[in-house]
Structure formats: C-alpha cells, structure tokens
Design a protein around this ligand. Structure first.
Ligand SMILES: *[C@@H]1O[C@H](CO)[C@@H](O)[C@H](O)[C@H]1NC(C)=O
Ligand SMILES: *[C@@H]1O[C@H](CO)[C@@H](O)[C@H](O)[C@H]1NC(C)=O
Ligand SMILES: *[C@@H]1O[C@H](CO)[C@@H](O)[C@H](O)[C@H]1NC(C)=O
Ligand SMILES: *[C@@H]1O[C@H](CO)[C@@H](O)[C@H](O)[C@H]1NC(C)=O
Ligand SMILES: *[C@@H]1O[C@H](CO)[C@@H](O)[C@H](O)[C@H]1NC(C)=O
Length: 497
C-alpha cells in the first residue's frame, strides 16, 4: 500500500488542526485546539484513523475499530499497532456508522451520527490537546503545564513508563473485562470479576516489602513502571520506594526500549518491551509463572495438571479418562441463590466430587479450620453463594469457593478432595451456548485491534524509514503486529479451552 496516500487519508479526517510536525513533507498533527472536529466515515477501511500524533511519531490518537464493528478512541503504539489506552465508553460506537470527535467548549467529545455523546473528558477545562512522547494524552490550558485531564489517570489494560497507578486510579481491567488489577494500601492484587463485579475473588497478591500494614499513619502505596526495567511501589506524597518488582532485563535494559505492563486476557500481569529492531513484543516479567496457577487456564469446571499443564474436566470419573476441554459447563453468570434479598433459597444443582484437587490461590479464600470432609461439604451445600469446597484431609482446612468454579489444580494427594455444585436447570441452556462467548469475542477484538492502525502504521513506517536512512542504516522493517497477534491469540485461546 502506498504510504503517501495512507497519510493523506489519515489527515483527510482533520478539519481543523493547529500544529503540525513536518516529516520530510508529510505533515503530522501534534496539537488540537478548541474548534477541532474530525469525522469517522461510516465503515472506513482502515481499522485505525489517527487524528493526532506524538512529536516522536511513535504514538497516535484516533478512532479505533474494536471487534468486528465497534468504534472506540485509542492511543496506539504505531510500530506494533498495540492500543496502549482506550476510552472504553459504556456504550461503544458503531464502526459502520459515522461518528465525530470534537474538541470544543474545552472538552474532547466522541459523538455518534445522531449527536448522542458516547464519551467525553469530564471535569476538565483546556485550550489544547496533545499526545506526549510518553503516550500520555493531555488536555491543557495555555498558561500551565500541568494537564487539566490526562489519559494516564484513566488506564485501560496497560500501564506505561512514568504513569502513576494509585489506589484512587480506576482499576486496570483486561480487555476481555474478566480480570482486574487494583492497589490496596500496602499491596497490589489481581482479581476475577463475576456477575458484573458483584463477586471479585482475588487470585494473586503482592505486599510491598517495606510497607508497614500495621501503621495507620503511613501513606498508601502507588506503583510506577520504570524505564530501567522494574515496577516500583512508592509511598504517596513522596518518592520513598517500598518495593521493586524487577524484570528479567533489570540493570541491562535494552537501549531505547519502550516498556508496557498489561493485564492480559488470561489474567496474568505481564511486562513487555519493544526496541527499534523489534518485530514482536518481548516479555520480561509475569506475575504468575505457572500456567496452572492462572485463574482459569482450562476454563470453567476443569482441572489443570502441573508440569505438562494439561487440562481435564472436573466431572471425569478418574484421572485416567481425559476428555479434553472445553468441558461441558459454560461459565456461570449468576449465583445459585433464588428469591429476593435476604432469601437464601437455592436453585437446583447436581454435585460432582473429585479427589486430588486443590485451588491455586487458596490463601485468598474463606477458610474453615479443624473440620471434617462431611462438615466442609455441609458448609458449602447449605449456602447458596458457595459453588464448591476444597478440603484438605491432612490439615482439616476447608476452603469455600464463593464464586463460579473455574480451573482447579491437580495434586497427587488422595486426602485433597473437592466438592462442586453444578446448576441443574441451566445446564441444558448453558451447553447450547458455546463455552466462553466472552472469550471468543475478546479473541476477535484482539485480532482486530492487532490488525488496526494500517494507515497509522504506514505513516510510521515512512517516518521510520527516513529516520533510518538519515542514520545511514536503511533496512526494511519486518511488520511486527502479526507475530504478536499470534502469541496473544494463543494465550487467549487458553481461555476458551
Ligand atoms: C519528543 O520526541 C521528539 C523526537 O524524538 C523530540 O524531538 C522532542 O524533543 C521530544 N519532546 C520532548 C518534550 O521531550
Ligand atoms: C507521578 O507522581 C510523581 C510523584 O508524585 C509526580 O512527580 C509526577 O508528576 C506524576 N506523573 C504524572 C504523569 O502524573
Ligand atoms: C508510621 O508511619 C509514619 C509515616 O511514614 C512514620 O513517621 C512512623 O515512624 C511510623 N511508625 C512506626 C511505629 O513505624
Ligand atoms: C477440633 O475439633 C475437635 C472435635 O470437634 C475438638 O475436640 C478439638 O478441640 C478441636 N481442635 C481445635 C484446635 O480447635
Ligand atoms: C455463605 O457464604 C458466604 C461467602 O463465603 C458468607 O459470606 C456467608 O456468611 C455465608 N452464609 C451463611 C448463612 O453461612
């Protein structure tokens, strides 16, 4: 595809622009002023339509197609086509219909073709909009550097270098919206999101090494990704570092590496970096290193066998029959309680019992000690918000699973037994739906996100090629996003399994 036309097309969306960056004749807009309007044409061919570039031409902000036909605003890392930030309105736009982005009356507004507001910057009064070299999208007054509004305060699934993640920040949410990262006063934690956030079991927690949980006058921690290759936890109101999650490249950070930390769709929190020579993101940190310790590597009602990370279904009678997942049960979208508030009647359920099972993240579950297997079962059976229980006959510990059963972990110990409820009435309906519609949709949206930015990417390639030529190192870049897409898609497909 011609690069010139791509840029021309990208710029064609602009109606008003106030500052431009000159890249050997091609003009890239680097600032928007009040009165700016850009239009997304119904069903546009390019999956990303940039309207604003960072001065380093590595990032652009514009209309992004999400999934097959939704429209969002995003800040995209052009060399990889990866969206670092998305506006994520409650109601996404429709790609097949026209939409407008305006900067008027001091706020950025995304509206559909009927003028319905899909998303806008709130509580901000500004004169200009710019995308910084850090990828931060900022709305500012002329007379001050401090932004009135910045995308860094509203992360989606990704954090970048120098972006402060605090207890007051919105949660980091995976793009399939099933997992979240949050900061507590002295720790960071990953949790699952069920029933639209009414059940949020935690599956990973890291407490800051030098924080003092017992000291109420100590300020809470905030986190920040550091270009040197670590995620630091600091005390608010100062720069006192209380912990460091160091990455594999710590102290030997590749020159010019651009880093991001993303809550991926498999529920793992990973750090990645990209250098000038990259064709795919390289990962140098993951919060959870064993696949079986992820929250749902094998899907709902399944069992993950450590070592070879093989998946089985929970209702297989014994270890030898290994019917491959996806297992027959679809993910649950409501608890087993019926009737109104205060009622604890239970809908009908079947029971599956299985030996040699355990939960990967049992530290975070409600526990009863000094129980017997029968008592453990009874405690769960009688409670409509309990979906299962894992009992350890050696210790007498009974862990109650107060959220839909996901993947259990195999342990070669006959004293570790599990009791699981399976909704009866919904089983037929559930199995008709392919397991994990959400996962499929998410996979699709990832595909499209990764295919995005063709116009912007061409613009970047032009700029990059000329830069390299100037630097006397002309070499053809191998387009990166597809490789990355494959690895993302495969990590994502584990959700469906
Ligand atoms: C942003 O990057 C460009 C190109 O690398 C550079 O010329 C400019 O000085 C940078 N701006 C800031 C504020 O660092
Ligand atoms: C992040 O926090 C530090 C320390 O509080 C502050 O100096 C810096 O300006 C903040 N960065 C952003 C982008 O808000
Ligand atoms: C509690 O935290 C405050 C603020 O960081 C500090 O000044 C104080 O010494 C701490 N108290 C104890 C008992 O460590
Ligand atoms: C455990 O339960 C048994 C029987 O209910 C009781 O006799 C015993 O004192 C309990 N032990 C502890 C440590 O609570
Ligand atoms: C049912 O289980 C939930 C979650 O473990 C717990 O909060 C609640 O107290 C239990 N209800 C009863 C009646 O035991």
């Amino acid at each position: 595809m011609g690069r010139g036309p791509a840029i021309a097309a990208a710029l064609g969306v602009l109606c008003v622009a106030s500052a431009v960056l000159l890249v050997e004749g091609a003009e890239l807009t680097t600032q928007l002023s009040n009165g700016f309007t850009a239009t997304h044409a119904a069903g546009a061919a390019a999956a990303f339509e940039p309207v604003l570039y960072a001065p380093n031409a590595v990032f652009a902000f514009g209309f992004l197609r999400v999934g097959t036909a939704s429209l969002d605003l995003a800040v995209v890392h052009l060399p990889s086509s990866f969206p670092l930030w998305r506006a994520t309105p409650a109601r996404l736009g429709d790609w097949s219909r026209a939409a407008t982005l305006t900067f008027d009356d001091s706020s950025l507004v995304l509206a559909d073709q009927d003028g319905g507001v899909l998303w806008r910057t709130l509580n901000a009064v500004g004169d200009t909009v710019a995308l910084l070299n850090s990828s931060n999208l900022v709305v500012r007054r002329y007379d001050t550097d401090a932004p009135a509004w910045q995308s860094f305060d509203r992360p989606s699934d990704t954090l970048v270098v120098d972006q402060n993640f605090t207890g007051a920040s919105p949660l980091l949410i995976s793009s399939n919206r099933r997992f979240a990262l949050r900061l507590g006063r002295t720790y960071m934690a990953l949790r699952m999101e069920f029933y639209g956030g009414r059940a949020t079991p935690e599956y990973w927690r890291h407490t800051a090494l030098e924080a003092q949980p017992g000291n109420a006058s100590e300020p809470p921690v905030y986190g920040r990704l550091d270009a040197r290759g670590f995620f630091g936890l600091y005390l608010e109101g100062g720069a006192r570092k209380v912990d460091v999650l160091s990455f594999d490249t710590f102290l030997q950070s590749p020159a010019g590496a651009f880093r991001r930390m993303t809550l991926d769709d498999d529920g793992n929190l990973r750090a990645y970096y990209w250098t000038d020579n990259s064709t795919a993101w390289a990962s140098d940190y993951r919060a959870i290193s064993e696949r079986c310790e992820l929250p749902t590597p094998c899907g709902a009602y399944s069992l993950c066998v450590p070592g070879d990370a093989q998946c089985q279904c929970l209702d297989d009678d014994d270890d030898s029959t290994t019917s491959a997942p996806p297992c027959r049960r679809a993910e649950e979208t409501a608890d087993l309680c019926s009737g109104g508030d205060g009622q604890s009647q239970q809908v009908g359920f079947d029971v599956v019992r299985r030996a040699r099972v355990s939960v990967a993240y049992k530290e975070q579950l409600p526990v009863k000690t000094n129980t017997t297997e029968a008592e453990c079962e009874r405690a769960c059976a009688a409670n409509c918000s309990c979906w299962g229980a894992a009992f350890n006959g050696a210790s007498g510990y009974c862990y109650l699973i107060d959220f839909p059963v996901e993947t259990m972990v195999y342990e070669a110990d006959d004293r570790k037994v599990g009791y699981f409820k399976i909704r009866r009435a919904a089983a037929a309906r559930a199995s008709r739906m392919s397991p994990g519609m959400a996962a499929a949709t998410a996979a699709l949206s990832l595909v499209l996100v990764c295919l995005a930015a063709s116009g912007a990417y061409s613009g970047y390639r032009l700029w990059e090629r000329r830069r390299r030529k100037r630097a006397g190192m002309e070499q053809e870049l191998v387009p990166g996003p597809y490789k990355d897409l494959k690895s993302m898609a495969s990590s994502n497909s584990s959700l469906k399994a």
